[in-house]
Ligand binder design. Sequence first.
Ligand SMILES: [Zn+2]
Length: 242
Amino acid sequence: MANVHSKPDDTLRVLVVLAHPDDPEFFCGGTVARWSSEGNRISYCLLTHGERGADGCEIDLQELAQRRRLEQQAAADLLGVEQVVFLDHPDGYLLPNLELRKDVTRVLRQIRPHTVITSDPTNYFPGRLRINHPDHRAAGEAVLAAVFPAVRSSLYFPELETQEGLKPHKVQTVFVAGAQHPNTTIDVTEFMHLKLAAIAEHASQIDDLHALHERVRKRMLDEGADAQMPRYVERFLRIDLK
Ligand SMILES: [Zn+2]
């Protein structure tokens, strides 16, 4: 697939809205690094703290939430992200309900991004023999519903405007990561070291960093490129809104 878009057209502000700490780095860390290096202003909004990203009944959810918050901030700092917002919905139980849609609409109206990156709500089985995390699907569902139509009309969640002064806003472009049917490929070869370093910041989630990095490299390898000069890409479904 052609590398048709190296950066979003005329974009100054980009908002990445995903379910868990570490999702941005896995889903789009190379693109974030690239766009921030090109002068775009990137923000993250994480819908949960990822406090169930562990196993065992002795886990202190609040402690893990705090640790993951710090890991996410450190990863975001490496990629040049300006700000990280946490909405604190329950990890693992995320639902694309009106409460979540309103919370996302509020953040969209506050940050007023030209471009939004989120996940694919229709992708149940990414790659081979994997079940997508339900929070990833719920996040995509809620974010797309906030982008269109809630954020752009005063008639949706009118109290956001009347009580909080948050005026409607039009998002211009959506990049859906982890998409079943991507139509856009972004070359992030030069930014792979930053993506891998940012992934490494999520130490609470990693057993074998070397093996993880290898898996990420393999998944991102551009198979059309010269084997002597490997290229790494992130793929998206890009939607330009009217
Ligand atoms: Zn996740």
